[in-house]
Design a protein around this ligand. Structure first.
Ligand SMILES: Nc1ncnc2c1ncn2[C@@H]1O[C@H](COP(=O)(O)OP(=O)(O)OP(=O)(O)O)[C@@H](O)[C@H]1O
Ligand SMILES: [Mg+2]
Length: 499
């Protein structure tokens, strides 16, 4: 077993408490391995044997044979603590609501003075809130999550451990090691061990695939019931034509996310996010996903629909919880698709709920510290709250316009290639000139439709077929010319062009 790094600060705190004769101590931690290693060192430090209790196995001396007779119940185990005259440390795990039993409360309080005198202690872990009488009697040591340094130590331990049994090649650049460490943040050591061991054994290597598997596992740990969902990203920037300026902007910020420590030393704080505003079907959602793919981060999607669930009163809490989850899993990309729907002022009809939700989100955007990169998308400016556009909320607001002729040719080429066709066989520039005002989505659809026609006719996709298809399409931008124009006019002074 790889050895978990010792949480030094908590070790000092705990030993100090025991030295100063505190005999009832609750450990606050969600990481069992950290608790285990901490207690092991504390026992070593005082030269005391360790007895461990859990509801499943009763009280056992660590390293000894089975459970002590009659200690399955918490009360029975405490009876043994009372009767035993071997000084020891006792670790009670998962005692839960058994601590509410008045006999248990009384026993613990009764044991306290004598244990203190002998330098013994009872350590509780994985308990919820303690009943009042106990919460006054227990000192609390709260374990912080592992630091980057500790994750690094543990990573090396795991690597050494696996290498005893398997050949493992190392293929991670310095930058990728940093990326992996960032990804590990928020995971318990047990999760880290499980994930990395699996990846090392499966691939006989520590390489970029480990980063990907951690990213995926993290994403999946987002509770299903939450308003967040893990979004498995498939499309990257390679499938997105145009948006040169936006891509360059993002590319310049990628290294900060990959190596946050060095960036911080350099005086850079991580970027907060972008708002992509623009015409429907022009690749905003695709771009949001490409950010996560190219930065190799998990992507979480904030679902506006689920935000306003039937328990209207809970909506702000839902959002706050979701944002906390995102921070805990950081670094992540948080995608707020169609943000105007999530945050639009719902008029007076909703008792101010949407206003409070907006407030919660804006406060978080402005104050958050974690590595959460927000990509918000919107296409209806009339419903976009003005507060969202103020400086400091997003790093930049980009406008994603309809593609130019040159980009349209590229988009056609991309979609043809995706469907296994050689774009070189067609005159794309001629085709691109036929489809002024088309969105990327409409170009993609035209390619698909032309392929359907070709298949039906038993032939191949030709220049003529595709041209016919394009000419037969009435793009949205033509049908809603005024709205598109209004959007462009509005965006001119307020946003930066993505192209
Ligand atoms: N510039 C582009 N390059 C390649 N494909 C594109 C481009 N723009 C749009 N597409 C394709 O069109 C489809 C729709 O794009 P996407 O969903 O990203 O648009 P959107 O801007 O989010 O639209 P909406 O406002 O309706 O949500 C996707 O399959 C996407 O790949
Ligand atoms: Mg979209």
């Amino acid at each position: 077993m790889p050895k978990a790094p010792l949480p030094i600060k908590e070790f000092d705190e705990l030993t100090l408490l025991i030295r100063s004769r505190h005999s009832l101590i609750a450990l606050e931690a969600d990481d069992p391995e950290r608790v285990a290693v901490l207690i092991e060192y504390v026992c070593g430090c005082f030269g005391l044997p360790l007895f461990e209790w859990s509801p499943a196995s009763g009280l056992r001396r660590k390293g000894g044979p089975g459970a002590v007779y009659n200690t399955q119940t918490l009360l029975g185990a405490l009876g043994h603590v009372d009767a035993s005259n071997v000084p020891a440390l006792y670790h009670f795990n998962l005692a839960g609501e058994r601590l509410e039993d008045p006999r248990v409360v009384a026993k613990l309080l009764e044991l306290r003075p004598e244990m203190a005198q002998q330098g013994e202690a009872i350590l509780l872990s994985a308990v919820g809130a303690l009943p009042d009488e106990l919460s006054r009697a227990f000192a609390v040591v709260s374990l912080s999550p592992p630091t980057r340094e500790e994750y690094y130590q543990y990573l090396r331990e795991i690597l050494n451990d696996v290498r005893k049994r398997h050949k493992v090649a190392l293929h991670l650049s310095r930058e990728e090691v940093h990326q992996l460490l960032s990804q590990l943040q928020g995971l318990t050591l047990m999760e880290v061990r499980r994930l990395l061991t699996a990846s090392l054994v499966e691939h006989n290597a520590l390489d970029a695939r480990a980063i990907a598997s951690v990213a995926e596992a993290k994403g999946k740990s987002v509770a299903q019931s939450s308003v967040l969902e893990y979004f498995p990203v498939r499309s990257g920037f390679e499938g997105l034509a145009g948006m040169a300026r936006l891509k360059a902007w993002l590319a310049r910020r990628a290294p900060v996310f990959r190596d946050p420590q060095r960036a911080a030393e350099f005086g850079l704080t991580p970027p907060r996010g972008v708002l992509l505003l623009g015409v429907q079907g022009c690749g905003k959602s695709h771009c949001a996903q490409a950010v996560a793919a190219s930065w190799r981060l998990p992507m979480l999607r904030l679902d506006a629909g689920r935000l306003y669930d039937k328990f209207v009163g809970a909506t702000e809490q839902n959002l706050r919880k979701a944002l906390e989850t995102a921070e805990r899993l950081a670094p992540v990309v948080l995608w707020v698709d169609e943000i105007e729907k999530a945050l639009a002022s719902g008029g007076d009809g909703d008792g101010g709920v949407s206003q409070r939700v907006l407030g919660t989100f804006l406060t978080w955007l402005a104050e958050r510290k974690g590595n959460v990169f927000v990509v918000a998308t919107a296409n209806d400016i009339s419903r976009l709250p003005a507060e969202l556009l103020r400086k400091g909320r997003f790093d930049e607001i980009f406008f994603v316009d309809l593609p130019s002729a040159e980009i349209r040719a590229e988009i056609l080429a991309l979609h043809l290639r995706q469907r296994g066709r050689d774009p070189g066989a067609l005159d794309l520039h001629a085709l691109a000139s036929l489809c002024e005002g088309f969105s990327g989505a409409e170009l993609g659809q035209a390619v698909t439709s032309a392929l359907f026609t070709a298949f039906d006719a038993g032939g191949q996709l030709t220049q003529e077929l595709l041209a016919e298809e394009l000419l037969a399409t009435r793009p949205l931008s033509v049908m809603m010319a005024e709205r598109v124009q209004a959007l462009r006019d509005w965006a001119r002074d307020r946003t930066v062009s993505a192209d």
